[in-house]
Structures are given as structure tokens and as C-alpha cells.
Design a protein around this ligand. Structure first.
Ligand code: RB5
Length: 149
């Protein structure tokens, strides 16, 4: 199934973002770049928010956020309502965070993994569907935490 992808990075992952975007577009995916567009120092939460809004507003199906570690982007994204972001450094985690967690945002670190692995992780994330069933109950419980306290 073809999906639309929102992608963003901070300055630390500008080159990795371009590699992932080119890789996915070569396969026919629609990839929209929400910034940053230069290597000037910037603040990753701004870009996490742009991608998360695009997903929760229904403009894009899945998001990819890259920064130095992937951690700051995943922390910021998981503060946005309706977002389930997973920071992945391996393909197994990418597969299972779609199968079991219905993750809608993939985060990766440009200072942690190379472009080849990042593209493999993105491929698996995008091409794997949520299993539903017993996992839906758990995902519903995760999302309910947004409204507690
Ligand atoms: C920027 O130096 C760096 O802090 C950022 O890219 C990211 O790794 C944060 O989690």
C-alpha cells in the first residue's frame, strides 16, 4: 500500500533526511519535507510538531523525524496528542512497532546509524501494517493515558 510520508529533521540530521526522502521517492512514495532546510542550528521540537500536526490533521499517513540521536524528536512527538512515536536503531523494532504499537512516527538518529540502515528501517516501518486484535486494546490504553490527570 502506498502511504504519504511527512519528514522533518533538525540541523544535525539534514543530510540523513535528504537520503531517506530520495530513497522513498525513488520507490514512488509521496514524501513532504517539513524542514529544517539549512544546517543553521534550530530546535527539534518545532519540526516534530509540524510533522505530528500533519498526521493528526489527516494530511499525511506516517511521519519520519530525524535528529542527532532520534531521542529528542521522539520525546517531542510523543507529547503531541494522537502520536505514537518510536525511536528505532534496528529493523526488528521498526517492524514490531508497526505490528504491535501502530506507531505513526518513526524517529532515528543521524549520529547513531548510517543512511543505509536508516533507509532499511524506514522501508520496513512504512511497509508493515498494524496487526490489530489484542494489540488494539493495548494501543487504546496507551492513548487513554493522554487524557489522565
Ligand atoms: C542537536 O545538537 C541535538 O541535540 C539533537 O539533534 C538531538 O540529538 C536531540 O535529541
Amino acid at each position: 500500500m502506498k502511504r504519504t510520508i511527512a519528514i522533518a529533521s533538525d540541523h544535525a540530521a539534514l543530510d540523513l533526511k535528504a537520503e531517506i526522502k530520495n530513497h522513498l521517492e525513488a520507490q514512488g512514495f509521496s514524501v513532504t519535507d517539513y524542514g529544517t532546510y539549512t544546517k543553521d542550528s534550530c530546535n527539534y521540537p518545532d519540526y516534530a510538531e509540524k510533522v505530528c500536526n500533519a498526521i493528526t490533521e489527516g494530511k499525511q499517513d506516517l511521519g519520519i523525524l530525524v535528529c542527532g540521536t532520534g531521542i529528542g524528536m521522539s520525546m517531542a512527538a510523543n507529547k503531541c496528542k494522537g502520536i505514537r512515536a518510536a525511536c528505532c536503531t534496528d529493523t526488528f523494532s521498526a517492524r514490531f512497532t508497526r505490528l504491535h504499537n501502530d506507531a505513526n512516527v518513526l524517529c532515528m538518529g543521524a549520529r547513531v546509524i548510517g543512511a543505509g540502515l536508516a533507509c532499511d528501517i524506514a522501508d520496513i516501518f512504512i511497509n508493515t501494517d498494524f496487526e490489530g486484535g489484542r494489540h488494539q486494546t493495548r494501543v487504546d490504553m496507551v492513548m487513554a493515558l493522554e487524557n489522565k490527570r
